[in-house]
Design a protein around this ligand. Structure first.
Ligand code: SF4
Length: 422
């Protein structure tokens, strides 16, 4: 969207600065995310009360009328229209009355056609390979906000990666709502050559000095072929972020997830066995309706057994219109929060151990933060296993990839020294 606006002669400024037009790309994964969109609108209008505000993204897609009633909003744009933001900005009415805010939201079916030119950050580029989701997990509103699963053409994904690598990006993140369901049927209908693993095999042999990580993956898609590719190709980072949610089979069933606890643990153990020095992160939910203390303990156990170092913990948030919101036995809010906090504490403990075990190890650090800010930055970049690192010596320029030796730990950050120049 920023790229499109810049092409249309807008000057894109930092989101903290005053501007004439604000585009708020909303999330709706939790009720808290919805609240943040309303709060962001108020905040930007405080900086410039006469500015225009376009709300787009998943909250706009799912609850357009609610977004249209946020005071100060000039236009609500669904996900299918967000890349036409420049045109929409040109056509904005000067004054939208509160109950006449234009809303442009359609059924989702398209994929953006054009490639991105680049990103503001010069180190890590995100390449979307898939959009939407055909599952209907009972707590989720994302599949409604993003539409059915559809995949980008394999050749254009490879071309996009090539463009970014040419521009000097050293890390590519493959993204999608349900990444493992990637299936590009546009050129050849044979499933074995349209899958995520096939795409990864092609990426593995692309020329250039860059590494690739997967954004997040469902346990059902962690098959042996995927693990072999991750294990055998240096191109892929030894880090997986699992869409895990719960360690209780009963709760997974009520969530309508595609796996049970036994399958989950078997896949995570297989991943550990195959990929040396694998680091795991996961999305984990606490307090899904009907979750008992013993269900919750199953999730705690999975975190510990699988050594999930970076758990991204959500306290369950009932989303209007979802089957889970109608389940009578909702877990009280304070209890959901307590469980979420306990999961985070376990994660913190596992992380401390994992970071300490890195001392004296080497790895490749991609510099993300400007050297000039080194006095104030918490970390300068991340290793291939996603762990953040602060360097003790002069900091190479942003985008440099260098081998480092870990010498210590400070809180959640590794301390390291360079072994060789970029
Ligand atoms: S897999 Fe489930 S949780 Fe993930 S986007 Fe699809 S429906 Fe939502």
């Amino acid at each position: 969207m920023a790229q499109r606006l810049a092409e249309d002669h807008w000057t894109v400024v930092d989101h903290r600065d005053a501007a004439d037009l604000y585009v708020i790309n909303s999330c709706t994964v939790t009720a808290e995310a919805d609240r943040q969109t309303r709060q962001a609108t108020r905040r930007v209008l405080r900086k410039n009360p006469s500015a225009q505000v376009i709300v787009t993204g998943c909250y706009a897609q799912n609850e357009p009328m609610e977004c249209a009633t946020i005071p100060g909003v000039s236009l609500v744009l669904g996900n299918d229209h967000k890349l036409a933001v420049a045109k929409a900005a040109r056509e904005l009415p000067r004054d939208s009355r509160p109950n006449q805010v234009p809303v442009r939201v359609d059924r989702l079916s398209s994929l953006p056609a054009a490639l991105l030119n680049g990103y503001e950050s010069r180190t890590r580029a995100f390449v979307q390979i898939q959009q939407g989701c055909d599952q209907s997990c009972t707590f989720c509103v994302i599949h409604r906000a993003r539409g059915q699963s559809r995949s980008f053409n394999r050749k254009s994904v490879l071309r996009q990666i090539h463009t970014f690598v040419d521009q000097g990006y050293r890390e590519i993140v493959l993204c999608g709502v349900d990444l493992g369901s990637y299936s590009d049927l546009s050129d050849d209908k044979r499933p074995e050559i349209n899958s995520l693993t096939h795409l990864m095999q092609e990426i593995a042999i692309l020329p250039g000095d860059f590494r690739v990580r997967l954004s997040s993956i469902d346990p059902v898609h962690i098959d042996d072929l995927l693990l072999s590719i991750l294990a055998e190709s240096d191109r892929f980072c030894p880090y997986l972020h699992i869409s895990l949610q719960s360690g209780s089979t009963l709760i997974l069933k009520r969530m309508k997830r595609r796996y049970d606890a036994v399958f989950l643990m078997e896949r995570l153990e297989a991943a550990r066995e195959r990929i040396e020095s694998l680091v795991l992160g996961a999305d984990v939910m606490a307090g899904f309706p009907t979750e008992t203390e013993s269900d919750f303990n199953c999730t705690l156990e999975v975190l510990k057994k699988a050594n999930i170092v970076y758990p991204h913990v959500f306290a369950y948030s009932a989303r209007p219109g979802t089957p889970a919101a109608r389940i009578p036995r909702q877990v009280p809010r304070d209890e959901r929060r307590r469980r979420a906090s306990e999961l985070r504490q376990v994660g913190q403990h596992l992380r401390a151990e994992a970071l300490a075990s890195m001392i004296s190890n080497t790895g490749y650090l991609l510099i993300e933060r400007a050297p000039g800010l080194s006095g104030s930055v918490i970390y300068h970049g991340r290793l291939e296993n996603y762990m953040p690192v602060r360097l003790t010596s002069p900091i190479p320029p942003v985008g440099a990839l260098l081998e480092v030796m870990v010498t210590g730990v400070d809180g959640d950050v590794l301390i390291a020294e360079p072994l060789s120049p970029d």
